[in-house]
Design a protein around this ligand. Structure first.
Ligand code: SF4
Length: 172
């Protein structure tokens, strides 16, 4: 079904690959997804929080909507670390534009990586459908690339649909 001379390259949140880059020094290895995807594509690991210079372990953080703008703020010391990630994003996206990426698999519920599932504090309300800072910038920069969170790709139908889109992008 997916025939090309070389495998397409798609980005993936590093913790899904089993790298211990999460705030608590753990990972979210998704063995089935990684094994299935690796049959068809080359996975390029990327962790916005680590690559932008944050430590492991680090304080957990959430997005807060301040004057209509998302800020990334740590939950204990209430430090605004937005600029740590956003200053790194532009350079990294520029590098990615030269790699020939054909898609991205994002980790759900992350203030950096989630596509539509991270917590956002807004006044006294907390929503759970926010988009992480890196995911937002990625989608804006590469609007034609297929993107998904890992949860939807557990379904064979969704995963095959995503791979079809990846291969379509890769052929052009
Ligand atoms: S969700 Fe994204 S930022 Fe958080 S640990 Fe995984 S790759 Fe890093």
């Amino acid at each position: 079904m997916f025939l090309l001379k070389t495998k397409p390259i798609i980005g993936i949140s590093s913790c899904l690959l089993g790298e211990n880059v999460r705030y608590n020094s753990e990972n979210k290895f998704d063995k089935c997804l990684v094994e299935e995807m690796s049959k068809h594509v080359t996975l390029l690991s990327l962790c916005p929080e680590m690559e932008s210079g944050m430590t492991v372990p680090r304080e957990p953080m959430d997005l807060f909507c301040v004057d209509g703008v998302y800020r990334m703020i740590t939950l204990k010391s209430h430090c605004d670390v937005t600029s740590t990630v956003t200053e790194w994003i532009e350079d990294r996206l520029q590098e990615l534009s030269k790699v020939g990426l054909c898609g991205f698999v994002f980790k759900a519920k992350s203030p950096s990586c989630a596509l539509n599932s991270t917590r956002v504090h807004s006044g006294s309300e907390i929503y759970s459908n926010g988009r992480g800072l890196f995911a937002e910038a990625f989608v804006e920069r590469f609007p034609l690339l297929p993107v998904e969170e890992e949860g939807r790709l557990q379904s064979d139908v969704c995963r095959n649909d995503f791979l079809e889109k990846v291969f379509r992008v890769c052929r052009h």
